[in-house]
Design a binder for this molecule. Sequence first.
Ligand code: CO
Length: 636
Amino acid sequence: MTDTATRGAHPHDPLNADEVRTAVTAVTGSGRVPDGTLFATIAVDEPDRTQMAAFAAGAPLERRIRLVVLPGPEAAVIEVVVRVSDSAIIEWIPRDDVRPALLYDDAYRSILALKEDPDWQAAMSRRGITDYDKVQIDPWPTGSFGRDMEDGRRITRCLSYYREDPSDNGYARPVEGVLATVDAARGIVLEVTDFGVVPLAPEPGSYLPEHNEPLRQSLQTLDIIQPDGSSLSVDGNLLTWQQWTMRVDMNALEGLVLHDVGWVDAPSGATRTILHRAAISEMVVPYGDPDPMHNWKNAFDVGEWGLGRMANSLKLGCDCLGEITYLDAVFASEHGKPYVLEHAVCIHEEDYGILWKHTDMNTGRTEVRRSRRLVVSSIATVGNYDYGFFWYFYQDGTVQLEAKLTGIMSTKGIPVGGTTSHGTVIAPGLAAPIHQHLFCARLDPAIDGPINEVYEVSFTGEPTGPDNLMGNAISRRVTRLESEAAAKRQVDAASSRHWRLVNPERTNALNQPVAFKLVPGSTPTLLADPDSSIGRRAAFARHNLWVTPYHPDERRAAGDYPNQHVGGSGLPKWTAADRSLIGTEIVVWHTFGVTHSPRPEDWPIMPVEYCGFHLIAAGFFDRNPALDLPPPSHCH
Ligand code: CO
């Protein structure tokens, strides 16, 4: 990839504004869509592994843009692919009965329609609310519950919150009991249900500094200074740091996407591939309160919202501290206009304690090396919640993804002094339901080459016997996951279960297959009834591991269009064929996350909760690959 990594000329270059204009003009000028057509997503039509291999071998590769087009208010899209060089439309595929991620336009239409609706206004009046400007309305993707009104429509379900002052935290005062369903594409209120008045919670729940004085005074200045600059280098979106090399991109739905993650061997300069592509393919937040006001609540934050569309512009000294390199991202508005999200990605290196150390007890000599890691991060705000996605790359070859969960919990009004089932009272008159945050990372591994396999590794103690006189033996059970059905796996903490991503065609100097191991962290699975609506729609989250043979169209764990989808798409559908995983290119899907039992300490804003996983070299190298680190210069 070194030959072809020139800026502006690589297949994994990010989307640019001219490409958006070219693609949109091709569609609007085709005569095949009406005025007012909307564009749900516009993204680079990524070349697949075969095309990338041809490109690496010197073949030219045409640049193509993929659009999801909404010609009208129906539940139907057109998938279009435009070739940039001549603006030709090379794919035009109408898809009926699917909905893209919730559009901003649809959200605004829902809010405006609801505020004009007499039934909603009457429900507000019953609660003494007459100034509708003080009501915050949150439109949610509605889910799929088999009701006639869902058919053929793009629907939102709307929750109301009261803000006495515009700076108030709306989630402190849910207007409990009022639930509205809106045809969002047409701006028609379909239904307003009033489950009964619950008085507004008394406390404002502000997290603003001016409402939380006195502020702590004990913090001394802590600056991170690199007087000689950062050790990383960025050329376009090609990032290199120490032995690591990768391309960094933002996708409107998946957010951060890493391409061609590799390790440059120090003496030879040859790049060893590790990951072809890595991203969060989907995440779901199912709520666990059976109260009819709340029992429909769930969100697919990739397919119904979009971690790129919702990404923050990051601020130096706030989101990221020290010597920071930022990448901007180009997205397209729903009206087909390109725009730049400045500082969408933050890249820096940071000290991470010690990497290795030993004191020789005989000589007293100590060798210690400090650990540094490369951080590639973005943060998305999805309604009340905020999610950080932090990829870490370490000097010993370890890769880590850490998701950071913060922001404000979804709340429920209760009588002051009352209790709640399936949740926690977090403030007077306020509760938060139990819920889950379940992420599914799609890892497209290329451990030293394209052909990879997955082995499950677990450990058991052996009983005392003739071959185990002291009863101390620990055995390692290694099982190749040979088909998709066999590769639907759960974690098992007691056996230290993990999964090895192996290249069966390459060995290290010890004649072992080169491998990385996927080490799970916090790994709940979906607790909803498998036959429930969300159980069917979020079936990907019922297993911690899935493995599929590589297919370029299989990108998102719950399918391309989870919004209002009845379920069964994505991983459950693909893996029903039980394809072989032997001697082929594979994709590894890892579900991890948090079952969130709300705490009072999570209110009014949640201190970051962390979850994620590690990919750790396990026979990829012949020995500790960080012996060549110099001793620390400040070691006295
Ligand atoms: Co939560």
